[in-house]
Ligand binder design. Structure first.
Ligand code: SF4
Length: 478
């Protein structure tokens, strides 16, 4: 859609709002024949006029000035989004359940509102000023409350450790992560693991030198269970040598694809920690859907893996599902969620297929409204059965303007997910494609590792200096 700015430059905010209201179109300075958005900043108010589908929507929203530049920006941004919301409502009836809460972490502003105003007033503000739907208000408040509790209980000088294994048995069609199939890149794996262990020891030195206390450990991927039982043992020996595993309050092994999980691997993980969190992810329990998305495993494989880890003694299990997968229907999605609930899995994470993922290959044939019904079903079914939403995030291109939510019974939450997603603790990350986050007083310093395993192998470890520099500047905060 063509946009015209007068006396303002809100390109980023405009893109966010367009992404929600007109998801198939991008704002452009050229006339693309899809409509026109006119934004004018007039002294103390924004005027937004949208012409689309033969309809015209126009709205105004005022703001008061503030001497503090960041606060001024926030006020103007909110006034613009509010005016956009009212104008867009007149030309489209698309569902925008989060209203003008357009960020990827909606629980963050909700947390601030809760702290300042308490729950009742927060509910009113979210409904009246942010146009957030009741269901999302409750979801956001529950996740924000869990974050506030996690912050209270978090180690004072704690640090989380992330270890990335970006290899998978094969590529799923919807995947947009940096992960290589064993068939094409498996030859790199032995050297990769060796180099990863070196980096783990380097990060261990940082933790010791900075006097940090390891709190959570997350082994993610890719599919970490792709490595052998022998490599699992070796990896945890390195982690023990670097951080002393007994220090961790939580260890998660995101085993991932059921087709990689064996009794020997599960036993190796149990011997590291009987309380270890393990993710066994079916994404769907409909074999037709699994085939369509190229998962290369069946629902039966999932059950076999689930019982295998349980027999080994690992009971702290998470399972991921995705709403909106190609070939899925509301009925079949309901069956998947109900089957996981009936299996008494303590943590179930519901993702919404993002358009970015869907676009890579095998575009989804599920409509936005059907996806929304799936997400609504999962929220209602899980909360009815005593699961609480504990972490929540959105992606810019998420299907149907929805969200990804981790639900858990008490004790099944993943603290790492809360710390990392809400940016409340320093994360030292090891491995290709991983990103370390160093909390400082003013912001979070991000340090990305080499993206691909071949780059990671080709180059020396790079980021230690950043951490020491931040420390020597005295900026590190907890
Ligand atoms: S298992 Fe996960 S990371 Fe691996 S290809 Fe499939 S979606 Fe991507």
């Amino acid at each position: 859609m063509k946009y015209i700015f007068t006396n303002c430059s809100l390109k980023y905010e405009l893109e966010l709002m367009c992404c929600h209201f007109f998801p198939n179109e991008k704002p452009t300075e050229e006339d693309d024949g899809c409509g026109v958005i006119e934004v004018v900043r007039e002294n103390d108010r924004y005027r937004v006029k949208i012409e689309k589908n033969g309809k015209i929507g126009e709205a105004f929203e005022s703001f008061s000035d503030c001497a503090e530049p960041l606060e001024q920006k926030r006020r103007e941004s909110k006034a613009f989004k509010t005016a956009f919301w009212h104008a867009a409502r007149k030309v489209t009836d698309i569902s925008v359940p989060w209203g003008i809460l357009t960020g990827i972490r909606p629980s963050k502003p909700i947390e601030a509102l809760l702290t300042e105003h308490g729950e009742q007033r927060t509910r009113e503000i979210l409904g009246d000023e942010f146009f957030t739907e009741e269901s999302r208000i409750s979801l956001g408040i529950a996740a924000a409350k869990r974050t506030l509790l996690a912050k209270k209980e978090m180690y004072k000088n704690g640090v989380s450790i992330y270890v990335g294994i970006p290899f998978c048995p094969s590529r799923c069609r919807y995947c947009s992560f940096v992960s290589h199939s064993i068939a094409t890149a498996g030859a790199l794996l032995p050297d990769y693991l060796k180099k990863l262990e070196e980096e783990i020891y380097k990060k261990g030195e940082i933790v010791k030198n900075l006097g940090l206390l390891p709190e959570t450990l997350y082994i993610g991927g890719g599919t970490p269970a792709v490595i052998s039982e022998y490599d699992i043992k070796s990896l945890f020996e390195a982690l023990d040598g670097a951080f002393s595993l007994k220090n961790f309050r939580e260890i998660t092994f995101e085993a991932g694809r059921p087709d990689c999980i064996t009794g020997e691997k599960a036993a190796a993980l149990y011997s590291v920690s009987p309380e270890m969190r393990i993710s066994v992810n079916p994404q769907s329990l409909n074999d037709g859907v699994l085939e369509k998305i190229g998962r290369n495993h069946t629902a039966e494989d999932f059950y076999r893996a689930l019982y295998t880890v349980r027999e080994a003694g690992l009971l702290n299990i998470n399972s991921d599902v995705i709403a909106g997968l190609s070939g899925d229907s509301l009925e079949s999605f309901e069956k998947t969620v109900n089957a996981l609930i009936n299996e008494n899995i303590p943590s179930i994470t519901v993702h919404t297929l993002s358009k970015k993922r869907a676009a890579t290959e095998g575009k989804s044939d599920v409509s936005a409204s059907e996806t929304e019904k799936m997400v609504d079903f999962s929220r209602n079914a899980l909360t009815e059965k005593g699961f609480l939403p504990y972490y929540l995030y959105r992606q810019r291109n998420i299907g149907a303007n929805l969200e990804n939510v981790g639900y858990a019974k008490a004790g099944g939450e993943c603290l790492y997910n809360i710390y990392m997603m809400e940016d409340i603790q320093t994360v030292l990350a090891c491995g290709a494609g991983s990103v370390s986050k160093l909390k400082t007083k003013g912001n979070t310093v991000r340090e990305a590792n080499y993206k691909f395993p071949y780059e990671y192998l080709r180059n020396p470890h790079k980021e230690n200096e950043v951490f020491y520099n931040v420390l020597s500047d005295g900026k590190l905060t907890f």
